[in-house]
Write a protein that binds this ligand. Structure first.
Ligand SMILES: [Zn+2]
Length: 397
């Protein structure tokens, strides 16, 4: 057997062990049974992982059935990655533990006119003191991202931007991704699903779709830019065209509708506070948005047929007000019986979700490589080749 082959087998076996331990503590005997590896092989690899500080030994367990043994689990804080969402209104930066816990998070707002240099300079200034020990910095943008290029982010007004130039001086490996796509990948990474749509409903509207275990990108990376579906409307969209869906279905559209009804809320935070106080005008505006959301989900169900929809972006925090009207509209407009009861949930990470998605780009690669980060043959000038971690054999499978 060639050296490369044994290294590859070691990676796959380590990946299998880590993948099972992600779901909870197990004994060596459990791992042998679950992976199909010989007990001696499991013991050797576990020893290796213990020495690297990735695993920890916990309580001794003596189950009613099966063999007693010491429980192994992923050591909290053993690895982490930085994640950032460079959004329209501001930036969120956080550190995500490899077990999915947010270690710390920080956010700040930008003036609307702030350009890429200004926004990234601030991001680096905030991130630089926190880089030690991090696997990398994964960040998201509200637009079409292909590799190290941003093709178009309408709500930021940015076009054809080389991210490589902006990131040249940053000391960690970096990865860029569209906000909805990164968020969809993080859901799949943490929950191991095959068919999922992740809706980012904020200033604009976008969706990240994982279908049959694969993230949909399309020929130009624009798959999921559903906010720019063309309708018959006359309102001008940030992309420069008229009648895009996000002129009717977005938090910007929510604010406009609210003002048209005579409301005076300046931003979504004010709107949410007023909704909690029971303001009938605000509740009417939110019901209008919820209805539009339900109708849209009926369309999304025939386009991609997801098994579950997650609502992220700032709308996740408004979800309790949107849910009722959304469900009624979905039931009224559903094509298949199954679509009437399509599970729709707010993101459990709230408005941190996109930044969590950014960080999970690196964590997923770490697991994919069986934790052999520094030894990775994919390593190339500090950057890592694309690893499909949403596939059937990936984590959680
Ligand atoms: Zn548009």
């Amino acid at each position: 057997m060639r050296k490369g082959d044994t290294q590859e087998i070691r990676r796959l076996n380590r990946r299998a062990i880590l993948s099972h331990l992600r779901r909870g503590p197990l004994t060596r005997a459990d791992l042998s049974r679950l992976t199909g590896l010989a007990k001696s092989a499991v013991s050797r690899l576990v020893e290796e992982l213990l020495q690297e500080g990735l695993l920890e030994e916990g309580a001794f367990t003596s189950p009613p059935l099966g063999r007693p043994g010491t429980l192994l689990h992923l050591r909290p804080g053993a690895r982490f990655a930085l994640g950032a969402e460079v959004g329209v209104e501001g930036t969120v930066l956080l550190a995500l533990d490899w077990r999915g816990e947010v270690i710390w998070a920080k956010e700040w707002r930008h003036p609307k006119a702030a350009g890429p240099e200004e926004r990234f300079a601030r991001l680096f200034q905030e991130a630089l003191p926190k880089t030690e020990g991090a696997l990398g910095l994964g960040f998201t943008l509200p637009g079409v991202v292909v590799g190290e290029r941003l093709l178009f982010a309408p709500n930021l007004g940015w076009r054809e931007l080389s991210l490589k130039d902006l990131l040249a001086d940053f000391p960690l490996p970096t990865l860029a991704e569209n906000d909805a796509k990164a968020s969809a990948l993080s859901e799949v990474f943490f929950h191991g699903e095959e068919n999922l749509a992740y809706l980012v409903l904020s200033t604009g509207l976008g969706v990240g779709v994982v279908a049959e275990g694969r993230l949909l990108r399309g020929a130009n990376g624009a798959a999921g830019e559903v906010g720019h579906w063309q309708g018959q409307g006359e309102r001008r969209c940030a992309c420069g065209r008229k009648g895009c869906l996000e002129t009717e279905l977005s938090l910007e559209a929510l604010l406009q509708h609210h003002r048209a009804l005579g409301g005076e809320a300046e931003d979504v935070d004010t709107l949410r506070a007023q909704a909690q106080e029971g303001d009938p005008l605000v509740q009417a505006s939110l019901a209008h948005l919820g209805e539009a959301l339900g109708r849209f989900l009926a369309n999304l169900a025939v386009a991609y047929d997801p098994a579950r929809v997650v609502v992220g972006g700032k709308a996740a925090e408004l979800f309790p007000f949107l849910e009722g009207p959304m469900r009624r509209a979905l039931e009224a407009h559903a094509f298949l019986q199954a679509h009437r009861t399509l599970p729709v949930q707010p993101s459990s990470y709230g408005h941190l979700a996109a930044a969590v998605g950014g960080a999970s780009l690196f964590l997923a690669r770490f697991f994919e490589l069986g934790g052999l980060w520094a030894e990775s043959p994919r390593r190339n000038g500090g950057r890592y080749a694309e690893v499909a971690f949403g596939d059937r054999r990936g984590p959680g499978a």
